[in-house]
Write a protein that binds this ligand. Structure first.
Ligand SMILES: Nc1ncnc2c1ncn2[C@@H]1O[C@H](COP(=O)(O)OP(=O)(O)OP(=O)(O)O)[C@@H](O)[C@H]1O
Ligand SMILES: [Mg+2]
Length: 267
C-alpha cells in the first residue's frame, strides 16, 4: 500500500497533522505497519461524507420532488430535443453561468427536466436553489415582513444554479416584482439559471404590475438564454413566436379521433 494514498485521504478528511506526520511515524514502525485496512476505512468515511453532503445540498435546494433524466420517457413525446437536454445535463451551462429556458405546453415534462438538471448539479457538488415563481414570491414577501430580504438574497445568490419553475405564470405585486428583478440583476454572472414556462414569451410581462418595465428587464435577462421547446417547433426568444396551440375546431377533430372509452361516458 502506497502511503501517499493514505496521506491524500487524510488530507481529504482534514486530518492535516496526521498526514504531515505519517512518514515519520511510519518510519518508526517500519515492518509492523500495514496500511490497506486503514485506507479501506478512510474510503468508507469519505464515501459517507460525500453522500451526507449530497443529501444536505438536496435538502437546501428545496426540490419539491426528486426527478431524474433516467426516468424520462423520450419516446412519449418525440418532438422533445433529447440531444439538447442531454447536452444541458453535462452542466457546462452551469459552470459557464448561463441560462436555459424550458418552454412549452403543460404536462410535457419541463418541470421534470428542470428538477433532474438541478439534482444532477447537486450530485456533482454544486449548490442549487429551486423554487416555483409562486414560492419565490412568497419567500420574498415573508423576508420583507421580517426585514430579512438580505439573508434570503444572500442564500439564493450563493447557489451555483437557480431552478425557477413556472415563470410568467403567476401574477405578482409591484413590490415583489421589483425585488425579483433586483435579484435577477444582482445575479450578474454568479449563477446559472433554468426557467420553465408554459406561457408564450410575449405574455410573460403581463403578470407583472408594470409590463413595459418588465418587458425591458425580461429582454435583457433572457437575451443569451438557451431554449428547449417541449413539443412543437423550435423558436427563438427574440422573435417572440407564439407557442403552438390548437384551434377550437382542431380540438374537436382531435377528440373525434380519440377512442370513446378514453374520453369517458360524459363527453
Ligand atoms: N416524457 C416523460 N417521461 C416521464 N415522465 C414524464 C414525461 N413528461 C412528463 N412526465 C411526468 O408528467 C408529470 C407532468 O410533467 P411536468 O410537471 O414536468 O410538466 P410541465 O411541462 O412542467 O407542465 P406545466 O407547464 O403544467 O408545469 C410529471 O410527473 C412528470 O414527471
Ligand atoms: Mg411545470
Amino acid at each position: 500500500m502506497n502511503a501517499e494514498i493514505v496521506k491524500t485521504q487524510m488530507k481529504s478528511l482534514k486530518l492535516s497533522t496526521a498526514a504531515r506526520e505519517l512518514d515519520e511515524v511510519l518510519a518508526r514502525h517500519r515492518g509492523a505497519a500495514e496500511l490497506d485496512w486503514l485506507s479501506e476505512l478512510f474510503e468508507h468515511e469519505l464515501d459517507a461524507r460525500k453522500e451526507r453532503s449530497i443529501q444536505r445540498r438536496i435538502e437546501s435546494a428545496g426540490f419539491p420532488e426528486i426527478k431524474t433524466l433516467e426516468e424520462f420517457d423520450w419516446l412519449f413525446n418525440r418532438k422533445i430535443d433529447r440531444n439538447k437536454i442531454e447536452e444541458l445535463a453535462k452542466l457546462d451551462f452551469v459552470r459557464q453561468r448561463r441560462i436555459a429556458l424550458l418552454l412549452g405546453q403543460t404536462g410535457t415534462g419541463k418541470t421534470h427536466v428542470a428538477l433532474a438538471l438541478g439534482l444532477k448539479a447537486v450530485k456533482e457538488g454544486l449548490h442549487v436553489y429551486c423554487a416555483s415563481v409562486k414560492r419565490l414570491a412568497e419567500e420574498i414577501q415573508a423576508a420583507l415582513n421580517k426585514n430579512a430580504l438580505d439573508v434570503l438574497f444572500r442564500r439564493i445568490l450563493a447557489a451555483d444554479l437557480w431552478v425557477i419553475d413556472d415563470w410568467g405564470v403567476v401574477s405578482m405585486k409591484r413590490e415583489i416584482a421589483e425585488e425579483v428583478f433586483d435579484l435577477l440583476d444582482r445575479r450578474k454572472l454568479g449563477s446559472a439559471m433554468v426557467f420553465t414556462s408554459n406561457r408564450d414569451v410575449k405574455e410573460w410581462s403581463e403578470v407583472f404590475a408594470d409590463p413595459v418595465l418588465a418587458n425591458a428587464a425580461i429582454d435583457r435577462i433572457f437575451e443569451a438564454a438557451q431554449i428547449v421547446v417541449f413539443e412543437g417547433k423550435s423558436y427563438r426568444l427574440k422573435d417572440r413566436i407564439a407557442l403552438p396551440s390548437l384551434k377550437p375546431e382542431e380540438v374537436v377533430a382531435a377528440k373525434r379521433r380519440e377512442p370513446a372509452a378514453r374520453r369517458g361516458r360524459a363527453s
